[in-house]
Design a protein around this ligand. Structure first.
Ligand SMILES: *Cc1c(COP(=O)(O)O)cnc(C)c1O
Length: 332
């Protein structure tokens, strides 16, 4: 039994559409491919993070927060969404970003800037070693100014954020029923883990026969399994203290992350181009393009020959395409 969900602030355009990828399925000659358009959760808030932020922002407001503190890479979709949500709700926002301050603002960073977010850039080694201290430092700083901070962890992946994709799992099952098919495999990119874990928890509850695969865009399968246990434990303690932590075999594929976070190879750019040409859908080089390149490769290798219906969750990322213009503009 699922506990009843906490409050949320409606920020996303839901439900998102579920489309068949008819031309691509035919081209690949594999299973029927479908796409859940979570890139259509909004224009400014496009992507998966807003489903989680709906729940985190309700908690932030209940706690009387004035300023949102969060973190990510320089082109973080999560940071862009958080900055715009803050503006929509009349809150402030401070982003702690991993990497060098770019000379020219682009993509997500440009939009976060327009939304009025404060940004601080940290060298990657400092960011990795000291993130907790940096959040503590800035929280103290804002409290000293009389402002209540609310810290959102990387990718809004924690026990509260899990609700976003737990509910999305239910929405997706209803979409599939309305289109008269049973999904066999659900796929998504996984970066901070919350989307995959939320979907897996949802399917574990409502349709345990459905497999949920996360294609890692950084970090190992072992890392993601451990992160899932942490988030599920956080979720269970808060919302279902009388239950045990749901144990699931998390299906993480770590074969397609390439050289690491934000580093794509030719197969990723070709996957982006293929989907754009055949279906008019734009993927991104950091997350969805990488995951989709993995899915295509598995189909080509015959690994999904027993699977009939695959649903790919399009988790957004369109503003992250533009900073990769040099890699994408000259594809043959
Ligand atoms: C953050 C993000 C993901 C990964 O989701 P997590 O819940 O962080 O694992 C996938 N796709 C896009 C476009 C994202 O911005």
């Amino acid at each position: 039994m699922l506990p009843s969900p906490p409050d949320k602030i409606p920020l996303a355009q839901l439900p998102t559409p579920l489309h068949p990828l008819t031309k691509l399925s035919e081209y690949l000659g594999g299973p029927s491919l479908w796409i859940k358009r979570d890139d259509l959760t909004g224009t400014t808030l496009t992507g998966n993070k807003v489903r989680k932020l709906e729940y985190l922002l309700a908690q932030a407001q209940q706690q009387g927060a004035h300023i949102l503190l969060t973190c990510g890479g320089v082109q973080s979709n999560h940071c862009r969404a958080t900055a715009l949500v803050a503006a929509q709700l009349g809150m402030q926002c401070h982003l702690l970003l991993r990497g060098e301050q770019p000379e020219v603002l682009d993509g997500n960073t440009l939009l976060a800037h327009l939304a009025g977010a404060t940004t601080t850039f940290y060298p990657p080694d400092v960011y990795r070693a000291e993130l907790d201290e940096l959040f503590a430092h800035w929280s103290d700083y804002y409290r000293s100014l009389g402002l209540e901070p609310y810290v959102i962890p990387t990718g809004a992946s924690n026990g509260v954020g899990l609700w976003g994709y737990l509910q999305a799992a239910q929405e997706l099952l209803a979409d599939c029923a309305a289109q008269h098919f049973q999904p066999d495999l659900i796929c998504c990119a996984t970066g901070s883990g919350g989307t995959h874990t939320g979907l897996a928890l949802g399917m574990h509850q409502f349709a345990p026969e459905v497999a949920v695969r996360g294609y890692a865009v950084c970090d190992s399968a072992a890392y993601f399994r451990e992160k899932a246990v942490r988030d599920l434990t956080d979720w269970q303690r808060t919302y279902a203290p009388e239950q045990s932590v749901p144990l699931m075999e998390l299906d993480v594929n770590e074969e397609y992350m390439g050289a690491g976070y934000g580093l794509a190879d030719a197969s990723v750019y070709r996957a982006i181009q293929l989907l754009a040409k055949l279906e008019g859908v734009i993927l991104d080089p950091v997350y969805t393009g990488k995951a989709f390149a993995g899915l295509i490769d598995e189909i080509k290798q015959g690994k999904l020959s027993k699977v009939r219906n695959v649903v790919f969750i399009h988790t957004g990322g369109i503003y992250g395409v533009f900073p990769y213009r040099d890699n994408l503009a000259h594809l043959p």
